[in-house]
Design a binder for this molecule. Structure first.
Ligand code: DX5
Ligand code: ZN
Length: 252
């Protein structure tokens, strides 16, 4: 099928090139490292009927980066949203946008998400045979490239491509839904990764991060903490984010 006929990649439905990333790859990481430990509110748990209000609220609460979960109903059982919400978030805010692709074919869509406004793109090791060319494409498009792995996946499965990653996302739940219970055994893999990765490569954790778990994840070596229900299901986002940041700094 030609591009002109393809309903997915025709020019009519490609995201507009006018929403280029607000920051390039190196300035994104300057911001992230300066903000470490980084608390990334996961919009999955926000009120999408009031998206701008929710984004303004986490901005006011001190967020420097937002986490957006893209689910396709194939790689994970759930379906969320796609380019239009990433573009909308990019129009609303200049914050860095961390786009977590839980999709079966990231090679086809990763660069389009950069064009939609993503500053960081995470693909899943379990979704592809060889992540390296996709990570290279993400970097070439101007975004930071991250590789995620699920709790059952061994670190040895991603070791050959760690040099192509700006950061690694250790999933602390099986991806698909917010509000799940943190998987304690992943912390051993975070410790192992911290020894293997160069100091400037960051480790992100996602799933079940809250007041009870964040300090242990930080002590294991994580510096980027995705938080959905621990922010959006609490009454005061600023109070919740400040407490999470303090707990991550204590590294108990
Ligand atoms: C789950 C998503 C997470 C989710 C986290 O697959 O990747 O980003 O929103 O939500 P909590 O913090 O509630 O586990
Ligand atoms: Zn996520």
């Amino acid at each position: 099928m030609s591009a002109a006929l393809c309903p997915v990649i025709s020019e009519n439905c490609r995201p507009s090139m006018s929403h280029l990333p607000a920051m390039n790859r190196s300035s994104t990481f300057v911001v992230l490292r300066a903000d470490s430990p980084v608390i990334l509110p996961s919009l999955l748990l926000c009120d999408f009927g009031n998206l701008e209000r929710e984004i303004r609220a986490v901005e006011a609460a001190g967020a420097k980066t937002l986490h957006l979960d893209i689910m396709d109903g194939h790689f994970v059982p759930n379906i969320t949203y796609g380019f239009t919400i990433v573009e909308a978030a990019r129009r609303i805010t200049d914050l860095a946008l961390d786009v977590h692709l839980m999709i079966a074919n990231p090679a086809r869509y990763a660069v389009q998400f950069v064009e939609a406004g993503a500053s960081l793109i995470t693909i899943h090791a379990e979704a592809v045979d060889d992540p390296r060319p996709i990570l290279d494409d993400i970097r070439a498009a101007g975004a930071a490239a991250g590789l995620a792995f699920n709790p059952p996946t061994p670190v040895s499965a991603i070791e050959p491509v760690l040099d192509a990653c700006d950061y690694v996302l250790a999933m602390t739940v099986m991806p698909g839904y917010g509000g799940q219970k943190f998987t304690e055994s992943v912390l051993e893999k975070v410790r192992l990764l911290r020894e293997m990765l160069p100091p400037d490569a960051m480790i992100e954790v996602d799933g079940g991060i809250n007041d009870d778990t964040i300090a242990r994840a930080a002590a294991a070596g994580a510096e980027m903490f995705v938080v959905g229900s621990g922010i959006f299901k609490t009454p005061d986002y600023a109070v919740s984010m400040n407490k999470l940041r303090q707990l991550a700094q204590q590294k108990k």
